[in-house]
Design a binder for this molecule. Structure first.
Ligand code: TRP
Length: 450
């Protein structure tokens, strides 16, 4: 087996804030900004928000804690960690994480590339009034490929610098800027004439919606995606943790921050849609809301809009970048810990391969959507189920002992154990079953396109 758990050269976080902000940076991303507001308003407003929070508490925080525990316990990439602790039979779980990192980042970077172009044009004041024509131009053909390459280059560049110098330093700047921009935008949205009904639309408690089939799956899928769970991203981050903090508390802080950002994003998006009467432009896909409807609204504002759209797209870009970093880091740490490559080489090769894999998504939105469905809504849940069984059944005593370093209360650890061992698997199996038809359809789309 590989070297001793803590090799002296292995990088680590310099501060607790660095680790937490990096984990929040991974969690807060495009999923918060466009997916949550949309899913919540469709799924029953405040009633959905309550259901979502319940799932975060009962499944999300316990599994995030489980990921943290394995990472800190082994001080190794998840690929190495599951194999070392679980033996041969568990090796495929590690590979599933790598596959998830490849799959998600390949298309995530395409959307992130658009945000770069929007931010750039917003600064130069060059977003045209025909926002849907503009969106089509940005999101297709060579333009889209070029933006994807550029975004991957930035991501690789940060990851090459390492955990302390690259990741930690960049999130310490990016995340506070992101929070400030978001709060500023929410306050600004409150001042809009005619925006108030937007809050009602977003949050009207529709208890009936909770009875619809698939609502649990929608909430759980959203929670997994938004919290970056199920593919070892947060496990990888925790493997660079040396101090014995209370990991359950850290997970709670990260999950609640992620929820806070998603919730506030809705407080920006919906008043704007109502104030400028943008319902017609809001397409089914919710991508339309962000990239077509909102710039239209900002345009109506004239001068103020010039400033606001810059803030908005810079915010999206930062959120996407800090998530992309974590996705690439999963693969890079695996290569370093498993094969002993230097970081620079690992980041270039892995990042290059992911970039190539993303080109079809840049050229065709149907491919992008299919890969999103398969990796985002399915692989993550399979990975989450694997983590629940691994931590809850295969290595439970060891995991519990690691958690005890920082979380003394036996009662709280008992609750955690029950949630990871029993509740999470049951919820995840139910969700996987209901996510299967859409996943199978996506697989067929991909095969049909080849
Ligand atoms: N959580 C991110 C978002 O909300 C996406 C993401 C980043 C992710 N890293 C991940 C999802 C790891 C799953 C696993 O946009």
């Amino acid at each position: 087996m590989a070297a001793s758990p803590v090799t002296p050269q292995r990088d680590s976080w310099a501060t607790r804030a660095g680790f937490i902000l990096a984990a929040v940076g991974s969690a807060v991303g495009l999923g918060n900004m466009w997916r949550f507001p949309y899913v919540a308003s469709e799924g029953g407003g405040a009633a959905f928000v309550a259901l979502y929070l319940a799932i975060v508490a009962v499944v999300g925080i316990p599994l995030m804690t489980a990921e943290f525990v394995v990472g800190r316990l082994t001080q190794q990439s998840p690929l190495v960690a599951v194999r070392r602790l679980g033996g041969r039979r568990w090796a495929p779980l590690g590979w599933l994480f790598i596959l998830g990192g490849f799959g998600i980042l390949s298309y995530y970077s395409v959307i992130a590339g658009w945000t770069m172009r929007y931010a750039f044009d917003a600064v130069r004041n060059a977003i045209p009034s025909d926002t849907s024509g503009y969106f089509n131009e940005v999101s297709s053909g060579l333009d889209a490929v070029f933006l994807h390459l550029l975004f991957m280059a930035v991501t690789i560049w940060i990851v090459v610098q390492g955990v302390r110098k690259g990741l930690e330093r960049s999130v310490l700047v990016m995340m506070p800027v992101l929070f400030l921009l978001l709060i500023g935008l929410a306050i600004w949205a409150k001042t809009l004439d005619g925006g108030d009904p937007g809050y009602g639309y977003y949050l009207r408690p529709d208890l009936g919606a909770l009875l619809r089939p698939g609502i649990l799956a929608a909430a759980a899928g959203q929670a997994f995606y938004s919290l970056s769970l199920g593919m070892g991203a947060l496990m990888t981050y925790a493997s660079y943790l040396r101090s014995k903090e209370n990991l359950a508390r850290e997970a709670t802080v990260v999950a609640l921050s992620d929820f806070g950002v998603a919730f506030v994003a809705g407080l920006v998006v919906f008043p704007v849609i109502f104030a400028f009467d943008l319902f017609d432009t809001v397409s089914e896909s919710s991508i339309g809301t962000l990239f077509i409807a909102l710039p239209k609204g900002f345009e109506i504002l004239g001068r103020t809009g010039d400033f606001v759209d810059t803030a908005f797209f810079v915010l999206l870009f930062l959120a996407a970048l800090s998530s992309a970093i974590s996705l690439l880091e999963v693969v890079v740490t695996a290569i370093i810990d498993r094969w002993g490559w230097r970081r620079g080489r690992a980041a270039l090769v892995a990042g290059g391969a992911i970039t190539l894999l993303g080109i079809p998504s840049a050229l065709d939105l149907a491919v992008l959507g299919a890969i999103d469905q398969i990796s985002g809504n399915f692989l993550l849940l399979v990975g989450g189920l694997g983590i629940a069984f691994f931590v809850g059944w295969r290595i439970f005593p060891q995991a519990d002992a690691e958690l005890a370093q920082g979380l003394r209360s036996p009662r709280l650890r008992w609750v955690w154990g029950a949630l990871v061992r029993f509740v999470a698997p049951v919820v995840l199996v139910a969700v996987l079953v209901s996510a299967w038809p859409a996943t199978w359809a996506a697989v067929r789309t991909l095969l049909g396109l080849e």
